[in-house]
Structure formats: C-alpha cells, structure tokens
Design a protein around this ligand. Sequence first.
Ligand code: 2NL
Length: 345
Amino acid sequence: MFVSTGPNIDDIQSAALADIAAADTLDALEQARVRHSGRKSALAGVLAGIGALPPDQRGTVGKGANIVRQAIEVALNERHHALEADQLAASLSADRVDITLPGDPIRAGAQHIVTQLWNEIEEIFIGMGWQIADGPHVEDDFHNFTALNIPEGHPARAETDTFYITGGHGTVLRTHTSPVQVRVMETQEPPIFAVMPGAVYRNEDIDATHGAMFHQLEGLAVDEGLSMAHLKGMLQHFVHELLGPTFEIRLRPDYFPFTEPSVEVDVLWTDRNGRQTWLELLGAGMVDPNVFAHCGIDPERWTGFAWGMGLERVAMLRHGVSDLRLLFDADLRFLEQFGDAGNVR
Ligand code: 2NL
C-alpha cells in the first residue's frame, strides 16, 4: 500500500506548473524555480525521503517524483524561452526608429551682412567682365605705402594708425587693399579691370564707427584713354545695380595720395522716413602717374581710375545699423535678422 509522508506528488506538480505559467517576468520565473525545484522545495523533500521508504515503495515513488521533476524542468525551460522572446519583442518595438518621421529641423544660418555685400559687389563686377584679386594681409612697406605715393613722414604712416610687425623692418598689416592693386599691376599687362575685397587693419581705438580690423573693396581699371567720364559712368552703373535704379550719385573734389584728381562719391540716400541726404559712399580718382611708374606701368601710354570703399560702412547704411561693433560681436540675436534667403548665394 502507498503511504504518503508529505504533500501529494500530483499536488506538487500542479502547484509548480501553475506558478510557472503565472510567472510574467524572468524574475518571477526564477522565484518559481527556487520554490518548486530548488534545494528546499517540496519535490526535493520527496526525493530526499525516498531512501527512508520501505523498499517496495521506493521504485514507484522514485519514478513518480522523477517524472514530476522532469515536467517541472520542461515547463521552466519553455516559460523561460517564452518570456525572453516577449522581452525581446517589447524592446524591439520600444526602440524602433520610425524612419518616416520628419527629421529635426536644421536651423538655417544667415550670411553676415558684410559677406552679403561683398558677394553682391563681386557679382556686379564679374557681370562687367572684371576679375577678383586678393593678396597678402602682411605686407611690406613698398606695397602698402611707397608704391602708392605715400612717402616717409606721411600721416598714413604714423605709428598710431599702422600695426607694425615686431622686428619686421617695415613689415605691416595692410592698412588698405591698395597693395593688392600694386601687385596686380606688377604682374599683369594692361588692360586691367579688377576689384580687390578683403580685410584691412588699423591701430585704432574701437568705437561705434572705428575698428582695428574691417573690410575694404577697392577697384582698379587701367587701359588706354580712360578718363573721369569712364569712372563716373561705371560708378553710376554700379550704384544702380547695388542699390536700385533711382539712386543718384554726385562727385566732389577730394584728396588721396595715390590719385589725381581725386573725388568723393556721394549717393542720394532715402532713409526709412523718406528723407533724402547726400551720404559719402566711396573715394575714387585717376591713378597718379607716380603710382603707375612704381608699378612698372608706362604712365605716358596708360591711364586708369581706382576707388575704395569701406564695406562695413555701406552695410550699416543699408541696414540702418548705428554701431559698427554689432558687426563684430557675433551676437545671434543681431546676426539672425539678416537671413534673407534671397541674399544667400
Ligand atoms: C577711400 C578711398 C581709394 C584708391 C582707394 C587706389 C589704388 C591704387 C592706385 C590708386 Cl593701386 N588708387 N585706390 C583710390 C582712391 C580712393 O579709397 O575712402 N577708401 C575707403
């Protein structure tokens, strides 16, 4: 006769299988494993008690207990695989990337207003068949001063205006873009039609209208028979292209060491309130024969005109900016206002 000493082996199995089926996480399943097949489980108790049973019962009880042990192990394995698969499916769906969603917007930058102006002016002159030229920012005395008819002792050479390179014996940061014109004349045969944009450097105290670095755009035309009439016609066309066909210019006598005669070019400016004023736009003139001679160009044969303008000044006029320092402060609240797609080239 079968004498049971502990819990019924069928009850052990059904309790274990129910717990395993109910485990809904891998942690819960591990707890069910410890409870039903661990060293302290009811099943382990039954197995351990077999030796103490009467010999004729050991076979039956041992066989039954082993079947239950196997059933529990199979159930644990299956449940483990099922829970792992669930967990994988859950993390795959949680981490899924939806490639059909719109991307993060890219904030479009804005070109600096000096860069916009620089590019627009280049385009106008390229449209007239002119070339764009650049040269060194660190110059020698000859190209920055002497070739341009600025002799020693001239105020433009005063220590206060020019950055001298220490130990450089007359090596300077260029104070204007004119040395690029000198280099073009030294290396090219006329006719020459070229504009020279770029940074220039002055040893100035910085305020609302002065900076130690700013940008100039100069131009040079050298050919046979060029006169002030050509200069004026070219400038009028340039101003119409840059500002609009209603903008008038006027020329007034001025002085520069490198041109003779020299003129100040003003533009009739209409401000936001419709008020009109003549404002200085640039300086210009006929290239001084001494400058041609310094650059290896025969002044008896060739004539030419040149001009120079400050890009910051014109950009400020155009956009109604009253302090030069805003152009150099890298403050996005200022810079982002000029993100006109039409101006980005
Ligand atoms: C101004 C005036 C000017 C020039 C620059 C030039 C260059 C050579 C020969 C002759 Cl190589 N002239 N440049 C001529 C007249 C005026 O600049 O007010 N700039 C901001």
